[in-house]
Unconditional design. Structure first.
Length: 205
């Protein structure tokens, strides 16, 4: 595996990550307007990343090439890893942010709740009983959990994701992504207290 990172400001990051299975490039601007350009080779993942950027008000550019024709698992997980690394890089020491965010998002009959702590300590609680094993052609519903685990672990986030109800797996996944987007938007928001790390320890790690 090779990985390159750049960070030209406190709130921006670019990640390049290459393995024998995938090559991923992610550019992330936290203080964006929801401009998204994605091409991963996995159409449903592209759809979810558009929702994440739009509702999180993130400027997000994601490019991935790899073995998605065989199985989208590696692409989904590796994009999540790269996005998590970009979040970690862009947040830097996490000073001056709200730190916590939470949101509910409905999509028709589906309702999801996501709570985020930019704690620096990776943890994912994920309880989502998907009503169908696949979303469309070839996208396993279980990949939603794999994506968010990769984001949380590599981004240094504590995340609690609960699917409260759903009868359609597409609706369930989209509700989760939209709730996560809004929760992240709240957690990374600037407080106006530059240099103030929101922790009694004086650091988030």
């Amino acid at each position: 595996m090779t990985m390159q990172t750049t960070n030209d400001s406190f709130r921006r990051a670019a990640i390049e990550r290459a393995t024998n299975e995938t090559k991923v490039e992610v550019t992330l601007v936290l203080d964006g307007s929801g401009r998204v350009a994605v091409s991963t080779g996995v159409p449903f993942l592209d759809h979810m990343l558009h929702a994440l950027g739009r509702h999180g008000r993130l400027d997000l550019d994601v490019r991935c090439t790899g073995d998605s024709d065989m199985d989208p698992h590696h692409t989904v997980e590796d994009v999540g890893i790269a996005l998590g690394l970009a979040l970690r890089e862009a947040l830097a020491d996490r000073a001056g942010i709200e730190r916590y965010g939470h949101a509910y998002a409905p999509l028709d009959e589906a309702l999801a709740r996501v709570v985020v702590d930019c704690s620096g300590r990776p943890f994912l609680h994920y309880v989502a009983e998907m009503p169908e094993p696949f979303i469309g052609a070839g996208f396993a519903a279980s990949l939603v959990e794999e994506f968010w685990r990769a984001v949380a672990v590599n981004g240094g986030l504590t995340m609690h994701i609960d699917l409260l109800r759903a009868r359609n797996a597409h609706h369930a996944a989209e509700a989760i992504f939209k709730a996560a987007a809004v929760a992240l938007r709240g957690a990374i928001a600037r407080t106006g207290l530059e240099g103030d790390v929101p922790s009694t320890k004086g650091m988030l790690a």
